[in-house]
Write a protein of this length. Structure first.
Length: 94
């Protein structure tokens, strides 16, 4: 899969977008902590999340960059059920 195709697929797949947003928020928090925060981010957050995202049975399991629906849209799996969550919600203390 070419990089451009992967990026297009990521923007269409809400399950992946949610995971990447959570990774970004975690990265921002941990990089500001300094010390072992960045190593912890890679070990505990990025590496496991990328294994899920890129797993053959993961969010892209039904993605075929060459397949299109009759309306011309790419065939993507249904998003996983979720509740909307904003980045500020991740850091609320209450």
């Amino acid at each position: 899969m070419a990089v451009a195709e992967l990026l297009a697929a990521i923007t269409r797949c809400l399950a992946v977008v949610m995971r990447l947003e959570a990774l970004w928020a975690s990265w921002e928090k941990m990089r500001l902590e300094g010390g072992p925060g960045i190593v912890t981010f890679f070990r505990d957050y990025l590496d496991p999340m990328m294994r899920v995202i890129l797993d053959p049975q993961g969010p892209f399991h039904a993605y075929d960059p060459n397949k299109t629906d009759p309306d011309g849209e790419r065939d993507m799996p249904e998003p996983l059920p979720h509740s909307p969550l904003t980045v500020p919600d991740l850091f609320r203390l209450d």
